[in-house]
Design a protein. Structure first.
Length: 135
């Protein structure tokens, strides 16, 4: 009689599915997609860009700089003192030597800040500098 009772328990266990391997595969896929995803970098504030007839798009390692309407300068989401722009460029160039600079100046911003950024880029030996505009 005991053997009949043991057989019934074995039959119930055979119908269960082990989900552990499937969960392992799902977590591996999740990690893969997180690691290979592309993150959009932003300068830190939203600016109203001026219009231009010769605008073209840029790709690659970009250092985005935003100049607000009141003259505040933002790099990588942080407001930066104008005296430390060159040092921020040099830190970014240590990570990605062929980086290009894109200045996103607000249409109402003062040109003095843009010229200050251009001077800091020249001092840091960055030759690929662009000013962002609406096409």
């Amino acid at each position: 009689m005991k053997s009949g009772l043991m057989k019934r328990k074995d039959d119930e266990g055979a119908g269960e599915i082990d989900l552990t391997p499937m969960l392992d595969v799902v977590f591996i896929l999740l990690i893969f997609f997180i690691v290979t995803s592309v993150f959009v970098t932003e300068a830190g504030i939203e600016v109203t860009r001026p219009e231009a007839s010769t605008a073209e798009s840029k790709k690659g390692d970009l250092i985005l700089i935003a100049v607000g309407p009141s003259g505040d300068i933002w790099i990588d989401g942080d407001q930066v003192d104008p005296r430390f722009i060159r040092s921020r460029f040099e830190l970014r160039l240590a990570d990605a030597p062929n980086s290009a600079i894109i200045i996103q100046a607000d249409a109402g911003a003062d040109n003095e800040q843009v010229m200050l950024i251009l001077g800091a880029a020249r001092e840091a030996n960055i030759t690929d500098v662009s000013i962002s505009a609406e096409a």
